[in-house]
Design a protein around this ligand. Structure first.
Ligand code: SF4
Ligand code: F3S
Length: 104
């Protein structure tokens, strides 16, 4: 599976949802997640994210992100079309400590 990681928080560009063939992105207030059981591992979303917030779970230390994506994809609604990025997306790209500061 692929997962969304911390740098999506406070950016939420949503280019990723446009390309997903199985519509497995779910939308929270300030980030998206991927449902790990629905993702077919096609990889097309990874290069679409302008802030590099999508990773394959084969990378090191991804277990916590798989669990995070699973938990919230079961709570949040599906998003199938691109929407506007969050207002400060560009200035918050790469900022440290996004989870503590902006996740809700
Ligand atoms: Fe969707 Fe493919 Fe990305 Fe999985 S890897 S979330 S199936 S676009
Ligand atoms: Fe987030 Fe990147 Fe998609 S910022 S919403 S993972 S395009």
């Amino acid at each position: 599976t692929y997962v969304v990681i911390e740098n999506c928080i406070a950016c939420k560009h949503t280019d990723c949802v446009e390309v997903c063939p199985v519509d497995c992105f779910y939308e929270g207030e300030n980030m998206l997640v991927i449902h790990p059981d629905e993702c077919i591992d096609c990889g097309v979303c990874e290069p679409e994210c302008p802030v590099d917030a999508i990773r394959p779970d084969t990378e090191p230390d991804m277990e916590k992100w798989v669990e995070f994506n699973r938990e919230y994809s079961e709570k949040w609604p599906v998003l199938i079309t691109k929407i506007d990025a969050l207002p400060k997306a560009e200035e918050r790209d790469g900022e440290e400590g996004k989870m503590e500061k902006y996740f809700s």
